[in-house]
Design a protein around this ligand. Structure first.
Ligand SMILES: [Zn+2]
Length: 80
């Protein structure tokens, strides 16, 4: 497995469509490739955040904040 293959694998890993065999290759690659370990850590954190946000959007984001936040970000960008 190459680094590129590992990254493609991750997308399917999230969808849970990978085989045992592929999982073993994935683990083998991680054992020898610190760069991909770091990548996977970041990827997992992103997935956690996304899942949490999808599971409980109301808890995370109080009703009126998102639009104001978006407006503030857009306004800040326009100033540059
Ligand atoms: Zn790698």
């Amino acid at each position: 497995m190459t680094c590129h293959e590992l990254i493609e694998f991750l997308d399917r890993y999230v969808e849970e469509t990978v085989s045992e065999e592929e999982r073993r290759e994935f683990d083998r690659h991680l054992a020898v490739c610190p760069a991909c370990v770091a990548y996977v850590d970041g990827y997992r954190a992103t997935i956690e955040l996304t899942r949490t946000a999808l599971a409980a959007p109301d808890d995370l984001v109080p009703g009126t904040v998102p639009e104001e936040l978006v407006a503030a970000v857009l306004a800040a960008r326009r100033k540059r």
